[in-house]
Design a protein around this ligand. Structure first.
Ligand code: NDP
Length: 253
């Protein structure tokens, strides 16, 4: 491994399942103390216990990051308990697919609230700590990793508002990258294709069935595939700044 994460602290949003849980494990395996943030505290407690059993350090923080006060409090709890913040993984998200015509607009509100606003609030709260860690840390750099999607690059019928949120994450990431460039905070956008997680379980059943049929012949990525990709990006030497990674299953779509 090029550069371990010993002595560093990572906060992962959406750590109660899927890509977030796998990423927390991957960063802890490389020596990071990890703050696990999501709403399902029982899941976080289980994961924290597993990481501790493997010799790592983990803190479970129950928070709904669509509330700016809870997002800020999650960051502050992580820094107060674990001492610093070197890596932020903005991973929490929902994907509620369906046509724009006749859509239940509360689904749009949920996607914008978590995929966009939650990411903004958490980043805003974390940034001072990341800048401080970058100038006085074991790695000479800090990282913001934003989990977008292929849907952040390619828009499709039936994906409109999810596309909107993930394209927004891409634009925000590039703007943030320019703002902090030269201050040793690296910004990395991760754009996975279809990954086998709970993400599709929140889609309305009639739409979910059609979406699942589209992927039925495909060997999906695993959460661990994405987690290893994130771990690769944040363990490069400080001079190497990986801004964007697009990873897909073996499909033309
Ligand atoms: P999961 O449904 O397994 O994970 C989503 C996570 O987000 C859960 O841990 C959930 O925790 C958390 N979350 C949702 N709402 C909130 C909230 N209000 N506050 C805090 N945490 C919240 O799906 P994935 O692992 O697949 O998704 C992770 C990210 O990856 C998402 O941003 C998704 O868009 C992206 N992605 C996924 C792909 C896929 O095919 N699976 C492909 C491309 C990108 P809890 O409910 O406990 O709060």
């Amino acid at each position: 491994m090029t550069n371990t994460l010993n002595g560093t602290v990572a906060l992962v949003t959406g750590a109660s399942s899927g890509i977030g849980a796998a990423t927390a494990r991957a960063l802890a395996a490389r020596g990071a103390s990890v703050a696990l943030v999501a709403r399902r505290k029982d899941r976080l407690d289980e994961l924290a216990a597993d990481i501790r059993a493997d010799g790592g350090t983990a803190l479970a923080i129950e928070a709904d990051i669509t509330d700016p006060a809870q997002a800020r409090s999650a960051v502050e709890q992580a820094v107060a308990s674990l001492g610093r913040l070197d890596t932020l993984v903005n991973n929490a998200g929902v994907m509620l697919l369906g046509p724009i015509e006749d859509a239940p607009v509360e689904e749009w509100d949920r996607m914008v609230a978590i995929n966009v606003q939650g990411l903004l609030y958490t980043t805003h709260a974390a940034l001072p700590h990341l800048l401080a860690a970058a100038s006085a840390g074991p790695r000479d750099s800090a990282d913001v990793v934003n989990v977008s999607s292929v849907a952040g690059r390619v828009a499709r019928s039936g994906w409109g508002v999810y596309n909107l949120t993930k394209h927004g994450v891409g634009a925000f990431s590039e703007s943030l990258r320019q703002e902090v460039a030269g201050r040793h905070v690296r910004v990395t956008l991760i754009e996975p294709g279809a990954v086998a997680t709970e993400l599709a379980s929140h889609i309305r059943p009639e739409i979910r069935a059609a979406a699942q049929r589209a992927f039925s012949d495909l060997e999906l990525l695993t959460a661990e595939d994405v987690a290893e990709t994130i771990a690769f990006a944040v363990t490069r030497p400080a001079r190497v700044v990986i801004n964007e990674i697009l990873l897909r299953p073996d499909t033309a779509a």
